[in-house]
Design a protein around this ligand. Sequence first.
Ligand code: ADP
Ligand code: MG
Length: 340
Amino acid sequence: MAEVWKAEAAFEGGDRHIVAIKRVKPEIAEVPLYLAMFQDEARLGMLLRHPNIVRVYDAREVAGTFIMVMELVDGVSLKGLLDDAFARRRSMPVAPALHIARQLAQALAYAHGARDATGAPLGVIHRDVSPHNLLLGSDGSVKLTDFGLAEASINAASVEDGLLGGKFGYLAPEVTRQQRGDHRVDLFAFGIVLWEMLAGRRLFLGATDAETLRRVSAAVVPDIQQINDRVPASVAQLLRSALTSDPAARVASAELLVEALNQAILEVDPGVSSSDVQLLVALSQAGGSLPEPTPELGFASLLEDEMDAFAAAGGEALGAQALNPDEFDLGVGVRRFKRR
Ligand SMILES: Nc1ncnc2c1ncn2[C@@H]1O[C@H](COP(=O)(O)OP(=O)(O)O)[C@@H](O)[C@H]1O
Ligand SMILES: [Mg+2]
């Protein structure tokens, strides 16, 4: 439906600023519901201001379609990072996984409680929390993006008109039972994301969409400590609580997740920080130059050794991405597009 570009915004007077631009494909912009949903995404994005949420600076109509100008997170998505790790049959080290999870929980706590300028609650539910939509910057930042399916009181398109739910493997069980659910659908998805970081594999993915939905609906979650023995009991407990099928018995809020993660991080490694994320991003960008896993290592083997080796080898040489100075000009002071 939309494409995302890396772009350079040119200001009058000559200043330049690198941004990301999301553009509705022109054929999609002709469908009133999709255009309304994109405009809702932009409107909500411009209201949300939090260090763990991608900033939306501007939205406007351009050349017959609609664009959204955003903060660029130069790095990888958590999906990119996990795909690399899964391919090497690695899970993430526990402390950086908890750090990333805490940033996500902070973003959700803020979004769920966000209010408009008059102080009225916006009633935000993201509805598409997944590794694709969590961006990790090469500076170590962790930012939630893509409020394209989000529910909010200010939306013009209602959930009934629009598309309910996000990626099948990250839905909450109640959504597979045709219930709308509330902010706790995001908490269940949070649980899936954290479980997958620590397990080194997908939780509910089946061979077909129908099989994936069946697994989500059954919500059978293998005990994380059986898969990764470095995970402490407190984190296993937090995961059970987030991944509870009945929303009424599930952890009640993202704030509670933040508190539990703060405790768990104190226990595991109080020193974990954005520099651990920085290293993981650089490691992921280094791609195939890493040693292959030895077959005897199971899913629970960690990236930790690779991170150490990479840092020792001067890993920071990687990272800078060239901005391609060709492509087209949309004529709005935003030029030089490069497809990501
Ligand atoms: N602000 C951004 N900075 C860097 N990359 C981004 C940004 N926004 C999106 N992307 C990249 O583009 C992908 C798709 O963007 P997203 O907003 O999630 O669109 P979609 O609705 O198509 O899922 C993301 O998964 C991410 O890889
Ligand atoms: Mg997305």
